[in-house]
Every structure is written in structure tokens, then in C-alpha cells.
Ligand binder design. Structure first.
Ligand code: ZN
Length: 141
């Protein structure tokens, strides 16, 4: 058995939650707290190049902070503070909470501002790597 892989057994929250559910719950709450993390606020400020205009570090375009999502027919966030080195390496997966916390509350040298399009592309790539890793680990068993 490899360490750190959720078993699918409901051992958390009085037997209602799997380890994976518990982890994403804790991660989500930590992520909310990063809004109060100064390097993240600073990254947004640094990318603010004019009134309501931000510089995306991916496509190097000047972008507005919100855009209209035509499918959802509503205004959505268009600027994301991205961790250049991912919080959890998608090719390795979850290791320890220490790593998650260190990664999430990182210094400004690991942060960049991305527009929604660039952020979505990066997320897709990381998701694909994580999926590949999970498939690989199932094959080993
Ligand atoms: Zn961009």
C-alpha cells in the first residue's frame, strides 16, 4: 500500500467522508485564507497597470479583472494569482500537509497573475498530469 493515497473508506467526519473529501475540504478552507496572505495581495497590486487593467504574465496582454462568460451569462473573475510551481506537484500528488501549507502560503517569487484563459490552460495541463499519474498508480496494483 502506498502512503498518502486515499483509500475510499469513509473514516472522516463521523464516517460520512472519505480521506479525499476531507482533504479537499481542508484545502478549500486554507485556500480561502490565502486571500489574507500579503504576497498574494501584492501580486495583484503589482499586475495592476492602470485603472481596471491588469497585465497577464502568461499571454502578456492587458486584461480587465472580470469578463462576461457567454455560456453562464454572467460576469466572472478574469484575474487569478497563480502558484508558478504548483501547490501540490500533479505528477506526485498529495504528500504532506506541511508541503500544502508551505506551497499555498509561498513568497512572491512563486506567484504570477494570469488571465482566465491562461489560468484555465494551466489548470487543464495540471489536471491531465494528475489523471495520468492516478491511472499509472492503478496499473501498478
Ligand atoms: Zn493571459
Amino acid at each position: 500500500m502506498s502512503r498518502g493515497r486515499p483509500s475510499g473508506e469513509k473514516t472522516r467526519c463521523g464516517g460520512l467522508w472519505t480521506e479525499a473529501r476531507f482533504r479537499s475540504f481542508v484545502k478549500g478552507n486554507l485556500r480561502s485564507a490565502t486571500r489574507k496572505w500579503q504576497p498574494i495581495q501584492q501580486c495583484k497590486k503589482n499586475a495592476h497597470v492602470g485603472r481596471g487593467i491588469y497585465m497577464c504574465n502568461g499571454c502578456k496582454q492587458e486584461v480587465p479583472p472580470t469578463i462576461v462568460d457567454e455560456d453562464k451569462r454572467k460576469r466572472v473573475t478574469n484575474i487569478f494569482v497563480d502558484h508558478i510551481k504548483p501547490i501540490v506537484d500533479p505528477e506526485v500528488g498529495f504528500t504532506t500537509w506541511d508541503e500544502v501549507i508551505e506551497g499555498m502560503f509561498c513568497e512572491s517569487d512563486n506567484l504570477q497573475l494570469l488571465c482566465k484563459k491562461c489560468h484555465d490552460i494551466k489548470c487543464e495541463e495540471e489536471k491531465a498530469l494528475a489523471t495520468k499519474r492516478r491511472k499509472g498508480s492503478i496499473d501498478e496494483e
